[in-house]
Design a protein around this ligand. Structure first.
Ligand code: FAD
Length: 318
């Protein structure tokens, strides 16, 4: 069932959902089930599975030259989605990217998803590969998520890349897109980012999921700006409990997000990462309570394959 339908059916009750990432190559599907099982008691209507594009690795050869190798460390997004739908009978939502795909690859991926009975996707651009500063689309690929949304919307209308196809069927994907309460790191301003977010909705996106944030005011202000700009679709907050001291530097650097001073100082003073995990749970529980009071339709947790802290929060909230 589509995410928008789940929200409609909940009739104002806030839903619980979460996101997992495929395991590193070489691990088996059980590691995924182990990260999902403890959270099933909170009745997630859907589970997101991230997509990880290829990376370049450089290996030094005996003659001193570097050999470039393309590696995909976390394959399996589509297989994991199929396995989740099969085992738990909940909707599994693959993230799909512009990066690494030309439009033909994307169309074929969407056909596979449709055949598997998957009717939700989150459409994203993806980041630049690690060795490059700027995102580069594939030849004949989509450059921005808004173009990927157009391609999916077209398929929903039965418009394939080959316009000579006879009797083609339409897909029926519900399309989620990403957004950034503290603006995307490349965007010159929040207003310009919202301008392009609006384009994604205009092109057919049905709902928005946000990047993580640690100060609810940033989310509420962002929602207000979106509404003022004419965006009416559901906006689902993405939440992540902080769990290690390292994340104090990593999160602002990697995601261009500000951490509130109170949270920073609590983590700095914590004696070890067990204490940080507890601080993260309490902080995120408070955030969740306030978001529920505000009538937010779904609270979406970035579990990153670690269920224990998300479970501790969900026990307080759902
Ligand atoms: P876009 O919407 O294309 O925006 C990218 C940038 O371009 C923004 O700065 C925007 O303002 C600007 N822009 C957009 N349109 C135009 C235009 N026409 N002209 C000029 N500028 C424009 N990454 C993964 O690799 N795998 C995942 O599974 C994954 N899941 C995610 C889930 C969520 C909820 C979020 C929020 C992000 C996720 N990401 C994931 C990260 C995401 O791929 C990166 O943040 C990426 O850099 C931007 O993706 P986007 O879809 O927001 O891009």
């Amino acid at each position: 069932m589509k995410v928008t339908k789940h929200i409609e059916k909940a009739e104002g009750k806030s839903l619980f959902s979460f996101e997992i990432l495929p395991p590193l190559k070489g691990q088996n599907i059980q590691s995924i089930f182990d990260s999902i099982d403890p959270l099933m008691e909170f009745n997630p209507p859907f589970i997101d599975v991230t997509y990880h594009r290829e990376e370049y690795e450089f290996k030094e050869l005996p003659n001193g030259l570097l050999e470039k190798k393309i590696v995909k460390k976390r394959p399996g997004t589509v297989g994991i989605c199929a396995a989740i739908q099969n085992k738990y009978d909940v909707d599994a939502i693959p993230h799909i990217l512009c990066g690494g795909f030309n439009k033909e690859d994307t169309e074929n991926l969407l056909i596979d998803l449709d055949f598997l009975g998957i009717d939700n996707v989150v459409a994203l651009r993806g980041d630049a590969v690690k060795s490059e500063i700027y995102f580069k689309p594939e030849k004949d690929g989509n450059q921005f998520a808004s173009q990927l949304v157009t391609q999916i919307s077209n398929l929903n209308k039965g418009i394939y890349l080959d316009q000579d196809l006879q009797n083609s069927t339409s897909t029926n994907f519900c399309i989620g897109v990403g957004a950034y309460p503290e603006k995307h790191m490349e965007a010159p301003s929040l207003d310009s980012d919202i301008h392009f977010l609006k384009q994604k909705i205009k092109n057919g996106a049905d709902y928005i999921i946000t990047q993580m944030f640690f100060d609810n005011k940033k989310f509420f202000d962002f929602v207000e700006k979106c509404r003022k700009s004419g965006i009416t679709v559901p906006i689902i907050p993405g939440l992540k409990p902080i769990a290690t001291k390292k994340q104090l530097n990593l999160i602002p650097h990697r995601f261009s997000i500000e951490l509130p001073d109170d949270l920073i100082m609590a983590v700095v003073k914590a004696k070890d990462n067990d204490a940080v995990t507890q601080i993260g749970i309490e902080w995120c529980t408070q955030q969740s309570k306030e978001l529920i009071e505000a009538g937010i339709p779904v609270l979406h947790y970035y579990s990153m394959g670690k269920a224990a802290n998300i479970k501790a929060i969900a026990q307080e909230i759902f």
